[in-house]
Each structure stands twice: as C-alpha cells, then as structure tokens.
Design a protein around this ligand. Structure first.
Ligand code: F6P
Length: 346
C-alpha cells in the first residue's frame, strides 16, 4: 500500500559520523524511484526552525558515498527547549509541504523525532552514532569507522610505547557507553580497557602494569573511555557548560589516570586523546553498506506509510521498530564481551 507521500524532508542532527552521506544518498535514490521529491533540511532541527532547505536529487547525492560528515550539515538544536521553536518546526513542515520526514540522528535527534511523531508528524528515524549506544539496533553506522580509527591509533601507540618503555593511555569517545573502548581495545590488543559501565579500580590497573613488567614487558597500553569514572568518582568534563540536550563535554579522564599511574608506579606515563578524529573521514565498507541499507529501508517505510518507526539492524536483517524503542534506554556495553578482554590483561 502506498502512503501517498509526495515530498519528503531529510535531516541529520547531533554529532556527525561517517556513514551519514550514504544514508542521505540511499533515502534520496529510493524515494525518487517512487516518484517522491526529496528536500534536504540544513543543520538538523535548526533548519526546520528556520525553514532552510536544499534540494536533494540524483545530481546532488552523486559522489557522496565515500565522503565523511554530512552534506546537509548538523547541529545540536533542541526545538523543545523553547516552546515557540517546536511550533515553528511544525509550521515549517506545513509551509514546505513536507508529507513526511526522515531524521537521521542519535538519542537526542531521535528523541525530538519521537516527540514530533507523537504529536502527529509522519516520520521514520535512522539511528546514527559512533557511540553505538542506541537500543533496538545491533549496531549504528559510524561505530565501525570510529573503532577502526581508534584501533589504528592503538597500533601506532604500541610501537612508540615499546621503544620508549612508557605506559600510554589512549582516551576514546563513546559518552556513557564503553563500546568504542571495548572494541578498539580488543582489536588493538590493549593491556587495560576501562569503560563507564565498570568503575575504575586504579590498583587493578597498576597490578596489570606490574605483572607485565615482571615478565619483561616494560610498556603498557591503557584504553579509557571518556565517560569512565573512578570508584566514587564523577564524569570528567572539559567545561561546566551543557549543550541544548543537557550533556556535558566529556574529557580529561585519560590525563587524570595517567598522573595516578605514573605516581603509583614511577613509570613514565603519557596520554593521547583521540577526540573528533574518530568522527571524521571516510566511512568503512561496513558503515557504507549499513548506511545504504538503513537509507533504502527508511524510504521504503515512508512509501508504505509505516510512520513512527526507526530502522534497525537485527542480526543481518534490517527491520522497522517503534522509534521510542531506540531512544528509551541507553544501550551500554555487553559485559560478557568486556570480560573477555580480561583474558589479555597482564
Ligand atoms: O555522540 C558522539 C560524540 O562524538 C561522543 O562520543 C562525544 O562525547 C560527543 O559526541 C562530542 O560531541 P561534540 O560534537 O559536542 O564535541
């Protein structure tokens, strides 16, 4: 059954990640096959507050599959922060004659989408984030690229750590979930992996370093997630300022940990913060394929009129799930997988 959608708006919100352009391309190509006109909304929800759009057609999405970032731009705009902005969003949807939306985003962008959907806006969400912390999908695109970037960094840290007999701490992103740290740490053969889900026990970290030293390995690699905390600790943050969704800018745990480890072991310890490098650049093949499959499925759900859904990866199948399932609860790291990394500690 066809939904009768004639004009479809697409937007990308929140932190960018590799794979957004493949989704934009796939939604556009599949919707155009069904005779739908596709409109790109600039800079996430901000573009709908201000009514700023660009046309999306075969020409404009050509050659973007391998490009990182998003051709539509992004922002962390929360239209529900000011009631008049949420009204403007709905007015602009009507003014722009958009019959449906495909918002591509993480918990914040899709959280806004969930509210709009409950208020009667026709939409299908696409989950994205390097953090991989959205529920109801096995993976989000962007994660695989970020893990590969972090893994390569850990490989590089290994050679210099070994040459200089140092302990190197590598701080990775992931917000309050330890997915990037766990995957990159396992893939890169880190000696210690620290995640937000398990409080940091400094004595255990030091034990690992000492055990390695005792067997002649006088260097160690520690991967720490930006959201990891010491026992009885709090988030390490860069500023006290919060973004429009109430999130603090995480960062600094790597340096704090390095100081403690150096103090307690007398072993020279340095920190590398990978930061936005994990979010930039060309998507991996996995993220290009996942983004493409998500985009095609989102367009098909729009064509079928199955709104209020989010596309998701389940095993190796792409399916639609109610959008609130994706954003309702943070998907924290699989602790069995995390425990597996302990086999290689020490
Ligand atoms: O959610 C993705 C993410 O990259 C997090 O891992 C990180 O904490 C945050 O965004 C950084 O956001 P910003 O773009 O505000 O620096």
């Amino acid at each position: 059954m066809s939904s009768g959608v004639k004009r479809l708006g697409v937007l990308t919100g929140g932190g960018d990640c590799p794979g957004l352009n493949p989704v934009i391309r796939a939604v556009t190509r599949r919707a155009m096959m069904a005779g739908i006109t596709v409109v790109g909304i600039k800079d996430g929800w901000k573009g709908l507050v201000n009514g700023i759009t660009v046309p999306l057609d075969q020409e404009s999405v050509s050659g973007i599959l391998n490009r990182g970032g998003t051709i539509l731009g992004s922002s962390r705009t929360n239209p529900y922060k000011k009631p008049e902005d949420a009204v403007k969003v709905k007015e602009n949807i009507a003014k722009l004659q958009l019959d449906a939306l495909v918002p591509i985003g993480g918990e914040d962008t899709l959280g806004v989408a969930t509210k709009l959907s409950k208020e009667g806006v026709n939409l299908v969400g696409v989950p994205k984030t390097i953090d991989n912390d959205l529920s109801a999908t096995d993976f989000t695109f962007g994660f695989d690229t970020a893990v590969n970037v972090a893994m390569e960094a850990i490989d590089r840290l290994h050679t210099t750590a070994e040459s200089h007999h140092r302990i190197l701490v590598c701080e990775v992103m992931g917000r309050h979930a330890g997915w990037i740290a766990t995957y990159a740490g396992i893939a890169g053969g880190a000696d210690v992996i620290l995640v937000p889900e398990v409080p940091i026990d400094v004595n255990q970290v030091i034990d690992v370093v000492k055990k390695r030293k005792a067997r002649g390995r006088d260097f160690s690699i520690i991967v720490v997630a930006e959201g990891a905390q010491f026992k009885q600790g709090a988030d390490s943050t860069i500023t006290k300022e919060l973004d429009a969704f109430g999130h603090a800018r995480l960062g600094g745990i790597g340096e704090q940990l390095a100081k403690l480890v150096e103090e307690k072991t007398g072993h020279e310890t340095r920190t590398t913060v990978l930061g936005h490098i994990q979010r930039g650049g060309s998507p991996t093949a996995f993220d290009r394929v996942l983004g493409t499959r998500f985009g095609v499925k989102a367009a098909e759900l729009v064509i079928e009129g199955k709104f209020g859904q989010m596309v998701s990866l389940q095993g190796n199948k792409i399916a639609g799930v109610p959008i609130e399932q994706g954003t309702g609860k943070l998907k924290t790291v699989d602790l069995d997988l995390y425990q597996l990394s302990k086999v290689f500690s020490g």
